[in-house]
Ligand binder design. Sequence first.
Ligand code: BDR
Ligand code: CA
Length: 315
Amino acid sequence: MKRRNIIIDCDPGIDDIVALSFALANEDKLNILGITTVAGNQTIEKVTTNALKVMSYYNKDIKIAMGQKRPLLREKAAASNVHGENGMGDYQLPEPKIELYSDNAITFLRDTILSSEEKVTLVPVGPLTNIALLIKVFPEVIENIELVSIMGGSTSGGNRTSCAEFNIWADPEAAKIVFDSKLPIVMSGLNVTHSSGLYKEDVEKLAQSTGKVTELCGKMLQYYFKGDHVKEGTFTPIHDACAIMYLLYPELFEFKHMRVDVDCSEELSRGNTIVDVRDWIKYDETYPRVLTNVDTEKFREILLNDLYKLDEMVG
Ligand code: BDR
Ligand code: CA
């Protein structure tokens, strides 16, 4: 597999940190050009500090650029009930050793994409505010973007509200700009991420580990089991890891090209992704690749294996 250039746009965030760890375990296949942050699971200050802390803890000198502190139009609302006050399920890491590379994620994204010889894949796993601004303000980047692997949305039902998934709900106007852009998009929505994760026993085992990565991920993930968004108390989705998994093991998924609209109304359905699932309507490959099914067992095995692998790599 050719090494793919990626930039991860995230709001760490417990599952964001697991996804970052998973990507770092695969640096032989993924060339991580940078991490950009966006307000979502917590304030921009907290999520950026978390990204800096985690990279410092792993001794990884990856460029981190701070992005938007609020959605395009509406006020910001953090998901502290899901990710805790510090955004890491209350896990405390030492202060960061590495410094912020840039306080402007949009120009960082532009410069990095335009100066890359090979095309760049974007992996947004938070609200789409940075990506929407990027393509509106600097549309010249579009031709050097290979793919946008998004965690967000759903073909049916939501989590933040009964019909809206959190990342889309947090900035629907930005999501609409991105889905309407005609960029090549892969959408990992709740319909697959709810079956992409780990069992409670896996999390308990990770939490008892003495490895840096596995202990951190395990202890943070235990926080999810205090909430009500785990499946029957036995299985937790790791939503954001799906957007990375697709890049590494697309064969684990089924997909269909479908039209995705975003509800930007002020009604109850705000933030809903309206996916045209009618199977008699054929959309060509210019429409988003919407993931429709995942091999849950392989997903779990690969993710666990790679978190333990990163333990060895970071020492
Ligand atoms: C998404 O919302 C956030 O809380 C997670 O980090 C993930 O990106 C799941 O709906
Ligand atoms: Ca996220």
